[in-house]
Design a protein around this ligand. Structure first.
Ligand code: SAM
Length: 238
């Protein structure tokens, strides 16, 4: 991968940045995303944040290679700490686990004052980010799912606003887990993810049933999740 052939995952993330965006890419590694965006949009500017020295150096080198130092500021630091208050309008956090993305948002929420849009691409556990959005006044406005190199990735896009809007109160637990937009969109990749989840949940349920002491709450939770997955898989088949 390089700036000229971005992964499909990062390409999809980039499509959620409006023209002329001034954004932060937190956990920027090689700074591929900000370089890609700034090379295609001369009005875009970015802060590339990295907590680790090696990826920070790689990001700096990539930015220098494309002579983008005047529009991409590479900064070494933890999460949103690298930002001044009200400095950027969009924040991207991609390629990490959902709980880490949530923790970065939580620790840095004072820096999110003027941030209109957050684009999160968790590798696992997107539910933890949907929950954070819901509890912190960010309304989920879109979701995508895609498969690349054998992995299924979700992308969540949220904007300041009515955080409860995308959810149906009767189904909120299911929607927080599987995604309110993804549930509506369906599709082959979403169905594949649901089938994989179904296999995992059924396996865990079988193991739990074999255990000497059974936790009825856990069994009930798993049965609910299996029922939600079955709804998706049965619906898509029709
Ligand atoms: N965002 C790129 C992508 O999606 O391809 C890089 C993903 S890479 C797997 C995760 C990067 O996040 C690593 O370079 C890591 O050093 C960085 N990282 C992890 N925790 C971080 C934090 N708290 N603040 C800033 N960067 C972090």
């Amino acid at each position: 991968m390089n700036v000229n052939s971005l992964s499909q995952r990062l390409y999809k993330v980039a499509t959620y940045l409006p023209e002329g965006s001034h954004f932060a890419d937190i956990g920027s590694d090689h700074a591929y995303l900000p370089c890609y965006v700034c090379l295609r949009d001369e009005t875009a500017r970015a802060v590339a944040g990295e907590v680790n020295q090696g990826p920070y150096e790689s990001a700096r080198n990539e930015v220098t290679l494309h002579s983008l130092q005047d529009r991409i500021d590479v900064r070494l630091g933890n999460g949103l700490e690298v930002l001044e208050k009200d400095e950027v309008n969009q924040v991207v956090i991609a390629g990490m686990g959902g709980p880490l993305i949530r923790d970065i948002l939580e620790a840095g929420k004072k820096k999110l004052g003027t941030v209109q849009r957050i684009i999160a691409q968790p590798n696992i556990d997107s539910r933890s980010i949907r929950r954070w959005f819901l509890n912190n006044g960010y309304s989920l406005v879109d979701e995508s799912i895609l498969e690349e190199s054998g992995h299924i990735y979700e992308i969540l896009v949220a904007e300041q606003g009515d955080a409860g809007k995308p959810y149906d109160k009767q189904q909120i637990d299911k929607e927080l887990w599987l995604g309110p937009y993804l549930l509506k969109q369906g599709g082959v990749t979403f169905r594949k993810k649901c089938q994989e989840e179904m296999d995992k949940k059924k396996y865990v349920l079988e193991q739990l049933k074999k255990a000497s002491s059974v936790d009825p709450k856990k069994i009930e939770g798993l049965n609910n999740e299996i029922m939600w997955l079955k709804e998706v898989l049965d619906y898509d088949r029709n």
